[in-house]
Design a binder for this molecule. Structure first.
Ligand SMILES: *Cc1c(COP(=O)(O)O)cnc(C)c1O
Length: 392
């Protein structure tokens, strides 16, 4: 008999009922060190006092009014994002995949009224992930996501991540833009090679097409910059953000330059919940906290400590681990043993990590994880690796 909850996930047999900072408490009462942060969502950990305060205050004042009216909390958060980034304007939704929908529609309508209305195709990369709507799975096109859900939405072409010649090879007169993750998350913490984002920017400018960056996982201070593309020195025309920006409250955003957003006039797009006062109050508190230069510097310091410890861990378990990669607190440990074996052994040691493509174990802890907790995490991961060796 089917379970009351649609069985669309393969879930670990863990049920968490409470969280505090980097720690989660299971129904059994046992505590787990959380290095997954709800897949890069709980950017400030669990029950952060500043976020609890904002939610409590906003809950007493106003939850929702719809986008029929001006939403001051939404305007406030949009202004913060505009001040802190390349963007001039922001559309709010409730998730990453909705932010991608907005980006895809924005890129298509951008050319609809132009002298090249035939431009509607978007280029994506092997190993990418942009969410689970029909548009987002069509964009990526891999069988793992699309099987059984056809027909797919037309208008997407694939290129090889990191290979600018492969992008040049698929750009045509119908191309409207390129969608890229600065670091592929689900794909296995694959960083764009040095110069790749710059080359993409140059290619897009030369062809008069849009550069769209998916920073849903890489953004909101995850890599030690507010957004990961800042490391590259170039900016996109459109950027999608979600996960960390709500700190656990559902919130997504599509940011754009004034030019890129030119087609999105009143009535072209919408969302009932999107950017409601509750979500935006929390989003503003998260952005205020993580955009502080001292906070960003601390993310990099913590990341350096974690990275160093993980390099040592890899060296002492050569049969389990191969290498460490990523940027800031978006870390991938490439495994030699099956990554799920390592993640499961971690559960045994009460430490939570997240599997990803290319046999990678992802480490995406709360950005404010302490140095002591990093050391504790390394101890537990060492025990987990030993357990994998012993079982082999
Ligand atoms: C998680 C993720 C998405 C999808 O976000 P949802 O909130 O699950 O819809 C899209 N792109 C990237 C890079 C992601 O990591």
């Amino acid at each position: 008999m089917i379970s009351p909850v649609l069985p669309a996930y393969a879930r670990a047999p863990l049920s968490f009922v409470e969280g505090q900072g980097s720690w989660l408490t299971e129904e059994s009462g046992e505590r787990y060190l959380d290095l997954g942060a709800g897949i890069a969502v709980n950017a400030l950990g669990h029950a952060h006092p500043a976020l609890v305060k904002v939610v409590e205050e906003q809950a007493r004042r106003l939850w929702h009014t719809s986008n029929l009216y001006r939403v001051p909390k939404q305007e406030e958060l949009a202004q913060k994002l505009v001040d802190l980034t390349f963007a001039d304007t922001v559309f709010f939704g409730n998730s990453g995949t909705e932010a991608m929908e907005c980006a895809i529609k924005m890129a298509r309508i951008y050319f609809a009224g132009s002298d090249t209305p035939e431009r509607h195709r978007l280029i994506t990369f092997d190993g990418s992930f942009h969410g689970r709507t029909i548009a987002a799975i069509s964009a990526v096109g891999t069988e793992k996501l699309t099987k059984g859900f056809g027909p797919m939405l037309p208008g997407f072409d694939q290129a090889s991540f990191g290979d600018i010649a492969s992008v040049e090879a698929v750009v045509g007169p119908e191309t409207a833009g390129v969608i890229v993750e600065p670091i592929q998350g689900e794909g296995g913490i694959r960083s764009a090679p040095e110069g790749f984002l710059r080359d993409l920017r140059e290619l897009c400018d030369r062809h008069g097409i849009l550069l769209i960056m998916d920073e849903i996982q890489t953004g909101v201070a995850r890599t030690g910059k507010l957004f990961a593309h800042e490391w590259s020195g170039v900016t996109p025309d459109i950027m999608t953000v979600a996960k960390g920006i709500g700190g656990g409250f559902p919130l997504g955003a599509c940011l754009a330059t004034e030019d890129a957003a030119r087609g999105m006039t009143a009535g072209t797009h919408g969302s009932t919940y999107g950017g409601n006062p509750m979500a935006c109050a929390v989003g503003s508190a998260v952005i205020d906290t993580v955009s502080n230069p001292e906070f960003l510097a601390e993310v990099s310091r913590t990341a350096g400590r974690f990275r160093q410890g993980l390099e040592a861990l890899v060296a002492s378990h050569p049969d389990v681990f191969e290498s460490v990669r990523g940027e800031g607190l978006m870390i991938g440990v490439v495994c030699r043993a099956p990554n799920m074996d390592v993640v499961n052994a971690g559960y045994g040691e009460h430490v939570l990590t997240v599997p990803a493509g290319e046999n990678v174990m992802r480490i995406l802890p709360p950005l404010n994880i302490t140095a002591d907790e990093v050391d504790e995490a390394l101890t537990r991961l060492d025990k987990a690796a030993t357990a994998v060796e012993t079982a082999a």
